[in-house]
Ligand binder design. Structure first.
Ligand code: DCB
Length: 515
């Protein structure tokens, strides 16, 4: 809807440009400069003006307030009413509310400072909805090497810079450097804004085909080492934009087995090398929906178990018998609003918004519309990773890849049970990756799909080889002592003792050995 409006507005804008090609002259802008056309268009659209003395000052810096206001006028057609003492306060608020920048990127005192190139790229990419084709791994690896100072670009901007290059909004300097902290000139601002506005009308230029992704070293380690995570291309990355993989255990249903989500239990898994813990908060089966306050308390204390152990933690809205996520969408929004606010400043959290859709549901008609309601609620508070399931107990990753979500830091979950699922499901994962859909295994078992049978260790090994070769993170079902083969602990294990080999089930021994 928003995109359609933008397209209509911009089409009108371009017609106006044609009509308004009236002569303009600034004493300091010669006809032959690379930017002259862009300045002429900006000025004739009323987006930016020259100075009273007849100059345009193309090489002067442009400030945050000026640049963001230009983008605001270009996207919506008007300035916003000031909300404070600064002339641009209304535009800045609009930009902030629409996530063109985050609270820690532009403070009020910065409004009149020169905008950095990394921030100009971010604002432009988001304001003009520049297509996210950096999720093409080829593009990512191409730019990682061709932008000579790529390692100077902070992780949170890296994929936006790639998006900007990929859509020809800008190029590097004569040394092929992006210079993330350098200032943007008024002439450059005109160019980037004009290109962005035409870009969101026209189909973006496709990335050049590049060499296949090099073999990577994936980083393990905990939260103190890796910090906030983001998704670059299809790869989960740490705060420095380096590829990271997470391995760990999922709890069983927290309404039954909260004792194995204790500090000591979770610490035991960390002792075996886990850097993530998943909290399976069932919605049905006596879970959250029927006893909200008590389950919430259990969940928050389980999150603390993980935080205190320097681990990432998945907060799993564990739909199962309630196969359609839309059934409890309002409850989900309320829950995730509270949780994401509570943990907005904690880098550990990963939000899994629907465990396993099943039954008569489709990706496009049920799961995607659900995600489009729940993710913005989380995004009000945090840009943390959000995991999204798919129909057929989170096996239809191909359907998700064919009709993707347009949010940053999204991954699609794929769940498998080694005794039931094999190469067909692995092929779906490769298909999804080929469509640039990031994959996260938030649940898998060494058993058959009902949680028992087996254990199927040869089949499990085939799966783990496959995942390791692709840098895909995984979480195993489940950390409890239930008498079923997928449980990692033998019946009667003390949650709070230091576990020995005798406490681990056959599955537990295998899985803990693989962290
Ligand atoms: C998933 C669920 C998870 C379930 C495991 C094993 O379901 F996410 O909640 O765990 O996989 O089935 C099991 C526990 C049992 C418990 C039961 C009900 O291990 O102790 O009694 O949940 O709470 C799947 C996964 C795949 C498939 C089917 C299911 N599949 N399923 O491919 O057919 O029907 O639950």
């Amino acid at each position: 809807m928003k995109l359609k409006l933008t397209i209509i507005t911009l089409t009108a804008v371009f017609i106006m440009i044609m009509l308004l090609q009236s002569a303009f002259a600034f004493s300091d802008v010669s006809e032959s400069e690379w930017y002259t056309e862009n300045i002429r268009n900006m000025v004739s659209l009323g987006l930016l003006s020259g100075y009273e003395d007849g100059t345009f000052r193309p090489d002067d810096d442009i400030t945050y307030a000026e640049f963001i206001s230009v983008a605001k006028r270009c996207v919506t057609g008007a300035n916003a009413q000031p909300t404070g003492s600064h002339w641009a306060s209304g535009n800045m608020k609009y930009a902030y509310d629409n996530r063109w920048y985050d609270y820690d990127e532009v403070y009020d005192a910065d409004f009149d400072k020169p905008i950095t190139r990394q921030m100009a790229v971010k604002v432009t990419a988001i304001a003009f909805s520049i297509p996210e084709n950096e999720h093409d791994n080829n593009a990512y690896y191409h730019y990682m090497t061709s932008i000579k100072d790529f390692d100077q670009i902070p992780g949170r901007y890296a994929y936006l810079v790639i998006r900007a290059y990929n859509n020809k909004l800008l190029t590097g300097d004569e040394n092929e450097r992006f210079n993330p902290l350098s200032h943007l000139t008024r002439a450059e601002a005109c160019a980037i804004i004009m290109r962005a506005s035409s870009n969101s009308v026209h189909t973006p230029v496709q990335s050049e085909t590049a060499d296949p992704a090099p073999v990577q070293n994936y980083i393990n380690g905990g939260v103190s080492q890796n910090g906030r995570l983001s998704v670059i291309g299809t790869q989960l990355c740490n705060q420095n934009g380096e590829p990271v993989v997470l391995h760990g255990m999922s709890s069983h249903g927290i309404q039954w087995y909260s004792n194995f989500a204790s500090y000591n239990s979770v610490k035991n898994t960390a002792g075996y090398g886990a850097n993530i813990f998943r909290i399976a908060m069932y919605t049905a089966e006596n879970g959250y929906i029927s006893q909200r306050d008590s389950i919430k308390q259990t969940v928050f204390s389980a999150i603390d178990s993980a935080l205190m152990n320097d681990m990432y933690v998945i907060l799993d809205w564990h739909i199962l018998s309630d196969g359609d996520p839309l059934q409890y969408v309002n409850e989900a929004k309320e829950f995730f609003a509270e949780a994401s606010l509570k943990y907005a400043d904690t880098p550990n959290l990963i939000y899994e918004i629907c465990n396993e859709p099943s039954g008569n549901v489709s990706w496009s008609n049920n799961v995607k519309p659900y995600a489009e309601q729940v993710i913005p609620v989380i995004r009000q508070n945090t840009n943390a990773i959000v995991l999204v399931g798919s129909p057929t107990w989170s096996q239809d990753v191909d359907a998700a890849a064919n009709d993707p979500l347009y949010f940053d830091n999204i991954m699609y979950t794929c769940h498998f049970y080694a005794g039931t699922h094999g190469s067909q499901l692995r092929d779906k994962i490769d298909y999804a990756l080929s469509k640039n859909a990031p994959i996260f295994i938030s649940e898998w078992g060494t058993s058959a799909a009902d949680g028992s049978g087996g254990v199927y260790l040869n089949q499990s090994a085939e799966w783990l080889d496959f995942l390791n070769a692709r840098g895909i993170s995984w979480v195993n079902w489940s950390l409890c002592d239930k008498a079923e083969s997928s449980a990692a602990l033998n019946p009667g294990t003390n949650p709070d003792s230091v576990w020995t080999e005798n406490d681990l089930s056959e599955s537990g021994k295998y899985v803990m050995g693989m962290f």
